[in-house]
Design a protein around this ligand. Structure first.
Ligand code: AMP
Ligand code: MG
Length: 419
C-alpha cells in the first residue's frame, strides 16, 4: 500500500529526496501514450515520430550544379595553359539540357540544374570570360567534381532519415518533405489539465480583495505547456475546500494524461492537494532536497500522472523544468536527452546553506574573450517572479555546496526557449 500523506506529515525528519532520485523515479513511473495518429507534415509539427522514416529516393535525386556557371569535362582543362570551350546549350533548374558534352564543349548551367551527360565539373561564371559561343579561362581552375552536388549526398534511398522518438521541428518536416514523405505516424498529443488552488487567488480581470493576489501560476503553466505543444485544459482556480479539490481531481482525472496543480501541497491547514491525492489516487513522495520547490506531490489520479507543484510562482517554474518537462517528453514518446549544462564563471559571491540543491536564477552572458559568465538576478525568494523573467538560466548549486565565491566556476542550465 502506498504511504498516505499523514505518514509523511508524521515524521518531519523524513529524509529529503535528492533531485536526481526524484527525476529517476518519475521517469520510471511514467509511460509513453500508446495511441498513434497519422498526420500530414504540417499538422505533425511538434509531434513525436513513432516509427523510423526511410527514404524512398536519393536526395538530391540527380547530380547537379552547386553554382551558376558552365558544366564541362575536367580533362579538357589543362592544369597550366588557358582553356577555350564551345558553349553548346543551357541546363536550367527543372529544365535539363538533353544532349551530351563532348571534347572541348561546355553547357551553361544554373544552380540546381542537372549536370549534363559527359560533364564532371562546373566552373563558376565569375571565373570565365564569355565571347559569344565560347568561354575561356586560365589554367589550374578546374578539378573533377568541382561545384557538383552528387545524387544521394543528403540522403540515399533506403537510408533511415529520422529515428522514432524524434520531435518534429522545422528542420525535420523540411527533411521529410525533401524525401517526398507527406504523412507520418506520430504519438497522440498529450492532454494536460491544470488548476490552481488557493482561497487567496483572484483571476486577472477582477479587482483584488483584501488579502488576495492574482493567480499567476495558471498563466505560467499555460505558457510552458503551449510551447511544448501539448493539448492543455485550464480548469481554473479551485478554493481551499476539500469537496472542491476532490471535484477538480475527478474532473481532471477523467480527461487528462497529466494533471498539474499548484499550491496546497505544504503542511498548512488549508493544503488539501496531497491529502486528496492520497485519498483518491496514489501518492509517491513529496519532500524534495531542493530550493525552491521543497514540497512536491507526485502520483496518479485515475489513468493520469499527477504533479502537485508548490504554490510559489518560482517554485512552479523550477519544478516544472526539473520534473514535469522530462516526464512530458517521455509521455510524448520523445527520446530522453541530457539537459544542456554549461560551466560559467560567477561574477559575485552566491550565498547558500548546505542541505538542499539550489536552482538560483542567473543571467548567463558570453564575454568578449568567448568565455561564459553568470550573474545572479539578486534576491532569490520563491515568490519573486520578476527574477525568473530577468534570468535566462538556473545556476545549479549541489546539495552539499555551501555557496560559491566570485570568480569560481559553477554549472548553469540555460532555459533555452521554454521559459
Ligand atoms: P501554498 O503552497 O498553497 O501554501 O502556496 C505557497 C505560496 O504561493 C503562497 O504565498 C500562495 O499565495 C502562493 N500561490 C499559490 N498559488 C498561487 C498562484 N496560482 N499564483 C500566484 N501565487 C500563488
Ligand atoms: Mg495555498
Amino acid at each position: 500500500m502506498s504511504p498516505t500523506p499523514a505518514d509523511f506529515c508524521a515524521d518531519p525528519r523524513q529524509d529529503l529526496l535528492p533531485v536526481e532520485h526524484a527525476r529517476a523515479r518519475i521517469l520510471e513511473a511514467v509511460q509513453c501514450v500508446t495511441a498513434v495518429e497519422q498526420l500530414h507534415l504540417r499538422a505533425a509539427l511538434g509531434r513525436v515520430l513513432v516509427e523510423a522514416v526511410v527514404a524512398n529516393i536519393d536526395v538530391p535525386p540527380f547530380d547537379n550544379s552547386a553554382m551558376d556557371g558552365y558544366a564541362l569535362r575536367s580533362q579538357d582543362c589543362s592544369d597550366t595553359s588557358p582553356s577555350v570551350l564551345e558553349v553548346i546549350g543551357t541546363s536550367f533548374a527543372g529544365k535539363p539540357y538533353e544532349g551530351k558534352v563532348s571534347e572541348r564543349q561546355c553547357v551553361r548551367i544554373m544552380t540546381g540544374a542537372v549536370l549534363p551527360e559527359g560533364a564532371d565539373a562546373v566552373i563558376m561564371q565569375e571565373q570565365v570570360e564569355r565571347n559569344e559561343d565560347q568561354i575561356s579561362f586560365p589554367g589550374g581552375q578546374v578539378g573533377a567534381g568541382q561545384n557538383v552536388r552528387y545524387a544521394g549526398e543528403d540522403s540515399r534511398r533506403g537510408d533511415t532519415v529520422l529515428e522514432p522518438g524524434i520531435k518534429l521541428g522545422a528542420a525535420e518536416i523540411g527533411l521529410l518533405a525533401s524525401v517526398g514523405v507527406s504523412e507520418v505516424r506520430v504519438s497522440r498529443q498529450l492532454r494536460v489539465a491544470f488548476f490552481s488552488t488557493g482561497d487567496e487567488l483572484t483571476a486577472v480581470g477582477s479587482p483584488l480583495g483584501k488579502g488576495q493576489i492574482y493567480d499567476s501560476n495558471r498563466y505560467t503553466l499555460f505558457g510552458l505547456l503551449s510551447k511544448l505543444g501539448v493539448d492543455c485544459y485550464d480548469l481554473g482556480v479551485i478554493p481551499d475546500r476539500r469537496e472542491a479539490v476532490r471535484a477538480a481531481f475527478r474532473q481532471a482525472g477523467d480527461m487528462a494524461d497529466l494533471i498539474l496543480t499548484s499550491g496546497g501541497v505544504s503542511v498548512g491547514e488549508a493544503d488539501f492537494v496531497t491529502e486528496t491525492l492520497g485519498e483518491l489516487g496514489e501518492i509517491n513522495f513529496w519532500r524534495m532536497a531542493m530550493k525552491p520547490g521543497k514540497p512536491l506531490a507526485f502520483g496518479r489520479m485515475g489513468n493520469a500522472v499527477f504533479f502537485g507543484l508548490p504554490g510559489n510562482p518560482v517554485s512552479v517554474l523550477v519544478t516544472f523544468y526539473q520534473f514535469v518537462l522530462p516526464a512530458i517528453r517521455k509521455m510524448s514518446g520523445e527520446k530522453q536527452r541530457d539537459p544542456m549544462l554549461i560551466q560559467a564563471r560567477c561574477t559575485q559571491d552566491l550565498k547558500k546553506a548546505p542541505g538542499r540543491m539550489e536552482f538560483q536564477r542567473g543571467i548567463l552572458k558570453r564575454e568578449g574573450d568567448g568565455s561564459w559568465s553568470v550573474t545572479s538576478t539578486g534576491m532569490q525568494g520563491s515568490h519573486l517572479l520578476g527574477s525568473m523573467s530577468k534570468s535566462n538560466c538556473f545556476i545549479l548549486l549541489a546539495a552539499e555546496s555551501g555557496g560559491a565565491s566570485s570568480g569560481q566556476t559553477v554549472t548553469v542550465q540555460p532555459f533555452l526557449d521554454l521559459v
